[in-house]
Design a protein around this ligand. Structure first.
Ligand SMILES: Cc1cc2nc3c(=O)[nH]c(=O)nc-3n(C[C@H](O)[C@H](O)[C@H](O)COP(=O)(O)O)c2cc1C
Length: 170
């Protein structure tokens, strides 16, 4: 699958089949995150792979999203240095981690797996549950698994000219 096909095919999967994710596939997905670019190549991240059913259920509960527990894998993407600000006055951690997650979502699509970003979760109890050190932060979580239903075809997006302008902001 080429990159454009993966971009087109990726969508948020919120219902997963009761089928485990193959270790090799998951390894390739995580490796796509590991090899992502980051500011100054500092790679200040850690990917906590949650397969344990009890922990997944608890993460789903702490995120107020019960469907999450149906995913056989939840990856918590942790920034090990969450408060670093880049020269442009923008925090590095969410940018770096979002790139890694994007790599993982597209690799997962190429592997025939579905994913969904999870930004709606309770930070402190999720950190405690997974033993994430206090000074670190879970930036996002990612559910991974085999989609239970048909692929979503409708992807509502703004029109090209509404989001792209040339030379000057308009
Ligand atoms: C940073 C971020 C956080 C998100 N958090 C959640 C979430 O907590 N729960 C959820 O169901 N979807 C979540 N999503 C998925 C978005 O709702 C979804 O990507 C968007 O509606 C576009 O749909 P698509 O992914 O199917 O193209 C999140 C997406 C991003 C990028």
């Amino acid at each position: 699958m080429d990159i454009y096909e993966a971009i087109e095919k990726r969508y948020s999967v919120r219902d997963y089949a009761p089928k485990d994710v193959d270790d090799d596939k998951l390894r390739r997905v995580l490796d796509a995150g590991r090899t992502a670019p980051s500011a100054r190549n500092l790679q200040q991240w850690k990917f906590v792979v949650v397969r344990d059913a009890g922990l997944r259920k608890e993460l789903a509960h702490l995120s107020d999203q019960p469907w999450m527990a149906s995913a056989p894998v939840i990856v918590a993407v942790v920034s090990t240095k969450p408060h670093r600000i880049m020269h442009c006055n923008v925090p590095a951690a969410p940018v770096d981690c979002a790139i890694a997650i994007t790599h993982m979502t597209l690799a997962a699509t190429a592997e025939g797996l579905g994913t969904c970003w999870i930004g709606h979760f309770n930070q402190h109890p999720c950190k405690q549950l997974l033993g994430v050190p206090e000074q670190m932060q879970i930036i996002e979580m990612l559910t991974v698994g085999h989609a239970a239903g048909d692929a979503k075809v409708d992807k509502p997006r703004k029109e090209f000219d509404e989001v792209v302008c040339v030379d000057r902001f308009a």
